[in-house]
Design a protein around this ligand. Structure first.
Ligand SMILES: *[C@@H]1O[C@H](CO)[C@@H](O)[C@H](O)[C@H]1NC(C)=O
Length: 324
């Protein structure tokens, strides 16, 4: 009886994203805000990649990682923001196919996992540079760097393909409304009409590994770094190193902790409501601020940027640009 009832329900093939519905007049200011954020994210990250690639003295592991992080952030925000922008315009009236929705989540999640790994690797790189300077060239040679970077992409691809496999088993029989501004996993699971226990357990398990392992790795690296810094003899050097590390640690912790709350904690109703807001941190603000904080806190990047602007100025014969 129950079986025939289930068969009678037709499967839906399209979702509507309602994350921004009901904002009224806020819709347009938000659209322009997100548009500006997207443009700044893409342009800023492209600038960092260009700086790293064109300056031979920046061809060190730290800057290779930074360039790769910027590339990752461009892909990452492009997997979310264009869709959010179109959502803001259409206000949930433009449906997205179920497969398209899963694909969006798949790409977003691959990039998120790769980013978790890369941030961990970057803090490990600083740990080796500061705490084990004599072994740096040996521990961070170009082969190992490449392995780290390729490894984090492959890791993301592998674990998310497992999740995608389970997502393909889901059936959706309506409603079609997703209460989110992109195809996030939990709101999709909520709409499935078959049993979702298995995929929930699998994703909590995978998320825990992919988020907590790099998080503790990062934390451990920074604890060693900070304790080494505190032993430094010069006060000004100590202050500078400390402020750089603490700003890294801050953006990294916001990224990891919002991911943890959304993906690992149990999904109570209260949490569901703030998840939408929390996901803004790891989807939009991280790609915007990470490269800025990693590079503008850095003397060599600032110097390279200043030289690049100076060069542009002489090319364009614009003598009034002494801004930097
Ligand atoms: C990414 O890392 C690889 C290997 O370390 C390096 O060759 C490449 O130039 C990096 N890419 C960017 C954009 O910095």
């Amino acid at each position: 009886m129950a079986e025939t009832e289930q068969d009678n329900r037709t499967e839906i093939t399209k979702f509507n994203l309602l994350g921004f519905v009901g904002l009224g007049e806020l819709q347009f200011p938000l659209f322009y805000l997100f548009l500006v954020i997207y443009i700044v994210t893409v342009v800023g990250n492209i600038l960092i990649i260009l700086l790293v690639v064109t300056h031979p003295h920046l061809h060190t592991p730290m800057y290779f990682f930074l360039g790769n992080l910027s590339f990752l952030e461009i892909c990452y925000s492009s997997s979310i923001l264009p869709m959010m922008l179109s959502n803001l315009i259409y206000g949930g009236r433009k449906p997205i196919s179920v497969t398209g929705c899963m694909m969006q989540y798949y790409f977003f999640a691959i990039l998120a996992v790769a980013e978790c790994c890369l941030l961990g690797i970057m803090s490990y790189d600083r740990y080796v540079a500061i705490c084990k300077p004599l072994h740096y060239t040996m521990l961070m040679n170009s082969r190992i760097c490449l392995q780290f970077i390729v490894g984090s992409w492959i890791h993301g691809l592998f674990v998310m393909s497992i999740v995608l496999y389970f997502m393909y088993q889901l059936k959706f029989c309506g409603p079609t409304e997703i209460d989110h501004f992109f195809c996030e996993l939990n709101p999709i699971l909520k709409l499935a009409c078959n049993d979702t226990h298995l995929i929930e357990i699998v994703t909590i398990f995978i998320s825990a590994i992919c988020i907590l392992v790099p998080f503790f790795w990062t934390l451990e690296s920074y604890i060693f770094i900070i304790s080494t810094i505190l032993k430094m003899p010069s006060v000004s050097g100590r202050k500078k190193a400390f402020s750089t590390c603490s700003s890294h640690l801050m953006v990294v912790s916001i990224f990891y902790s919002t991911l943890m709350i959304v993906y690992i904690l149990p999904k109570t109703d209260g949490l569901r409501n703030i998840n939408k807001v929390l996901s803004l941190f790891y989807t939009i603000l991280t790609p915007l601020f990470n490269p800025m904080i990693y590079s503008l806190r850095n003397r060599e990047v600032k110097e390279a940027l200043r030289k690049a602007v100076a060069k542009l100025c002489t090319i364009g014969r614009m003598h009034h640009c002494n801004l930097l």
